[in-house]
Design a protein around this ligand. Structure first.
Ligand code: SF4
Length: 439
């Protein structure tokens, strides 16, 4: 048996309080996925990766010999197979040399194999009808309003760059600016700043043809001075204002922007946004300064955290959902070297927020080579950390009797669609807040 397969099996047994599927899901997200030529050929007929914000790949496009960037699916669904997997949705992060590989079996089925051993059967997402449409000006919908989370979430990155620009100021795990450059160089239609009218036109098409999407996210890079002559709040709030005017309550509106002062947060609330994501990225105070130098310099950690708490007076606390990037606290050269210490630190942050009814969520760190930390840490954080974090998150969530956060669709293994980490997969049935969703 291969070394990685052995590790996955050992952790599956050690963490029997977690669904077995999440060990593989987390490992896929931190390691990336390879495709055989046949599997990639099949994938061409399905919904392909839209590069909705960052690259979320473990190699740059220039190293993709099979042009995986053009053909690989946005997500995969794992199910059945020798391990009898329950339905598990995983975002595709490309890595042609990954030990995880999607192949065609002798019977012609798509399968996921680890070091040559089959783990599960695989499905690719169907191409939604609106993906075949373009705007009047010729831009594809996949540029303006792609969907992720198996069609649940419209991802509106309205500013594909960030004014924290350059090594000394950008978040050290982030490749937004570099990814923008590589996508443009590859010839993809990739709009830097999306016009409000483009978004509305795309949503009009989606509204006509789609019944799967339930939420939208408005997001993009930080605006430290102005963009199109507008401050950060003036720039970002114009999108939900226009969307909610045209399609009132059609989707759950979410905004991922910096931690803003309460009067600015209220403008999102008044525009019709229901979920506010002021992402704090990493809990440890020392690492926040090192990993997020721009956020530290312009806003500062203490103020960032205070603004999260203040936002929970504008929105109900359960609708303030700050993200962190799970694993960056173990990035060399400055991160924790010990898994338990890293988990204790992150667990302290989870306790701080969850004891106040605020439920942080996380994306599993993808060590992108176009980012500073990705270049220094091509292997990311240990799998032990990621699986341990799921246990800490779940236990803290249960300790404070919290529900699943709204705006993420169904929860629980077999139901969850959140694809960039497994926090929704580990929530148990009784915590599923279906009444809070607009299903
Ligand atoms: S604020 Fe940080 S994480 Fe967000 S886009 Fe800018 S550099 Fe990236």
């Amino acid at each position: 048996m291969g070394e990685r397969l052995e590790q996955v099996q050992r952790l599956t047994e050690e963490y029997s309080d977690l669904p077995r599927e999440v060990v593989v899901k987390e490992d896929l997200l931190r390691t990336g996925l390879a495709f055989s030529a046949d599997a990639l050929r099949v994938a061409s007929g399905f919904k392909s990766k839209a590069y909705f914000i960052f690259s979320f790949d473990l190699v740059p496009i220039s190293e993709m010999a099979q042009q995986e960037n053009l053909h690989a699916p946005e997500e995969i669904c794992l199910k059945g197979g020798p391990k009898d997997f329950r339905r598990t949705i995983v975002s595709v992060r490309l890595n042609p040399s990954s030990p995880y590989r999607i192949e065609l079996s002798c019977e012609g089925h798509l399968i996921l194999a680890l070091e040559g051993t089959e783990l599960a059967e695989v499905e690719f997402p169907e191409v939604p009808e609106y993906y075949r449409r373009t705007l009047v000006g010729g831009k594809p919908i996949t540029d303006i309003a792609p969907t992720i989370e198996w069609g649940y979430l419209l991802y509106l990155t309205v500013f594909r760059m960030c004014q924290y620009f350059g090594r000394k100021i950008e978040c050290q795990f982030c490749d937004i600016n570099e990814n923008y450059r590589q996508q443009k160089n590859s010839g993809r239609s990739y709009t830097a700043v999306k016009a409000v009218d483009e978004i509305l036109e795309a949503l009009e098409i989606i509204q006509e043809t789609d019944s799967e999407s339930r939420a939208y996210t408005v997001t993009g890079g930080s605006v430290t001075s102005t963009l199109d002559g507008k401050s950060e709040i003036d720039f970002y709030v114009q999108y939900p204002e226009a969307i909610e005017r045209r399609f009132p309550g059609r989707w759950i509106g979410k905004a991922v922007v910096q931690a803003l002062p309460p009067d600015e947060v209220k403008r999102f609330h008044d525009a019709g946004i229901q979920i506010y994501h002021p992402n704090y990225e990493v809990w440890d105070p020392r690492l926040f300064g090192i990993i997020c130098p721009g956020k530290d310099r312009y806003i500062g950690r203490d103020q960032w955290i205070q603004r999260i708490l203040d936002a929970a007076k504008v929105f109900p606390p359960s609708q303030v959902i700050p993200n962190f990037v799970a694993g960056i606290e173990m990035a060399r050269p400055e991160g924790f070297t010990n898994v338990d210490e890293a988990l204790n630190s992150t667990g302290e942050g989870l306790d701080f927020f969850m004891s106040r009814g605020i439920i942080p969520r996380f994306t599993t760190w993808c060590p992108e080579p176009l980012s500073v930390l990705g270049r220094q840490n091509p292997k990311g954080a240990p799998l032990e950390y990621h699986v341990g974090l799921l246990r800490v998150w779940k236990q803290t969530h249960q300790r404070y009797n919290l529900k699943a956060p709204p705006g993420y669709g169904s929860s629980g293994i077999g139901n969850a669609v959140f694809s960039v980490s497994s926090f929704m997969d580990v929530i148990e049935e009784q915590d599923n807040p279906r009444s809070q969703e607009h299903d």
